[in-house]
Design a binder for this molecule. Structure first.
Ligand code: KG4
Ligand code: ZN
Length: 338
């Protein structure tokens, strides 16, 4: 069985093919040009997806040594994401499904991230505790099977990745903030400044807006009105901020580990590329004697391999979808796909 996956929810256009349970192509085109605008410009993103999706499909077929009519299932991200961007991949997928007379499967992008650990050689085992951390979401999940996902906690304000991006902007480090903060932090002292780590009364939820504001206050107090931050200080602020975010992520994950009996712990999403977070999660797995599955870097950021994988699982569940299925900008009411 050959599954085609298409991802276009934000600033990565990606096409992947899973052929007889083996990933044969995962091509990603990143829209680097958004950097000069300090964030993703939705209209430009949609146009770039339009330009890239067909060449990527051709390359993915070639790499997989398949013809288009040998594709059995067409899966594409339906949401959450930028609606104009989503519509490019989704509409293209629906058009393909219609012309090839093959089933179309919409995929929830976050579900794609959650199961991205299964793209690794060492597979996760259910039940799992998954921390899904991206630019738009921060979710702590009890994943009992491919079809039973229970939300334990989420952010009450900013997503973890969003906090990285905003603090990077304050520090003049540019976009996307995560990798820039990580780099600056590697030269800084994480204990230099004590930024607050919100703890929502023993719950599994997260809050990062207070932390973000306290970084801003610190910068204004120490370096106002010029806001010229010496490099060494900037590195310390980045390291101390990163330390506070990871502390919150680990604290809630540890709390869940004490209350839920899981076999595997996993992190997913763009922020899961963060080296310090990966190390902290490895320590947690060791402390609680759990299997640790961390997707490789290429499966942390947005990619179609995870969409094809999730698409196959949704298809195997027996669910069918009409070509009237629409894109959705935010997570559905029940979080996961109907
Ligand atoms: O999953 P993703 O590629 O797109 C969304 O679905 O949002 O995640 C992007 C987010 C951005 O906020 C980016 O700054 C963050 O992931 N990110 C990181 C790192 N690499 C990417 N955050 C912290 N450390 C990193 N190394
Ligand atoms: Zn994502």
């Amino acid at each position: 069985m050959n599954i085609l996956g298409i991802e276009s929810s934000c600033d990565e256009t990606s096409v992947a093919i899973i052929s007889n349970d083996k990933l044969t192509a995962n091509l990603v085109s990143s829209q680097e040009f958004h950097t000069k605008y300090g964030g993703v410009v939705p209209e430009l993103s949609s146009r770039a997806h339009l330009q890239m999706v067909i060449p990527l499909l051709k390359d993915a077929l070639k790499k997989s040594e398949l013809r288009l009519d040998e594709i059995d299932v067409i899966a594409a991200t339906a949401g959450p994401g930028l609606v104009g961007a989503l519509l490019v991949g989704l509409t293209f997928a629906k058009g393909l499904a219609y012309s090839l007379k093959k089933p179309f499967v919409p995929v929830n992008h976050i579900e794609g991230h959650i199961f991205s650990g299964f793209l690794m050689d060492e597979k996760p085992e259910f039940p799992m505790l998954v921390l899904a951390v991206s630019g738009g979401h921060t979710l702590l999940l009890h994943v009992k099977s491919f079809y039973e996902i229970v939300k334990l906690g989420t952010t009450v304000d900013d997503a973890a990745g969003e906090a990285f991006d905003k603090v990077a902007k304050m520090l003049g480090l540019g976009y996307p903030g995560g990798p820039k903060i990580q780099k600056a932090a590697s030269e800084g002292d994480p204990k230099k400044i004590k930024f607050p780590v919100a703890d929502l009364a023993g719950r599994y939820d997260f809050s990062f807006s207070g932390l973000k504001t306290s970084v801003l206050r610190h910068i204004q107090k120490e370096y106002g009105p010029s806001l010229q931050i010496p490099e060494a200080d900037r590195n310390d602020i980045a390291a101390s901020f990163q330390y506070a975010v990871i502390k919150a992520l680990i604290r809630n994950s540890e709390r869940a580990l004490k209350n839920y009996d899981v076999k595997t712990i996993s992190i997913a999403g763009g922020v899961a590329a963060n080296k310090a977070l990966r190390e902290a999660f490895a320590e947690l797995a060791e402390k609680y004697n759990k299997k640790l599955v961390v997707p490789s870097m290429s499966y942390c950021g947005d990619n179609a391999a995870m969409i094809a994988y999730r698409g196959q699982k949704v298809f195997e569940s027996g669910k069918t979808f009409t070509l009237g299925y629409n894109a959705y900008p935010s997570l559905p009411e029940g979080i996961f796909q109907d």
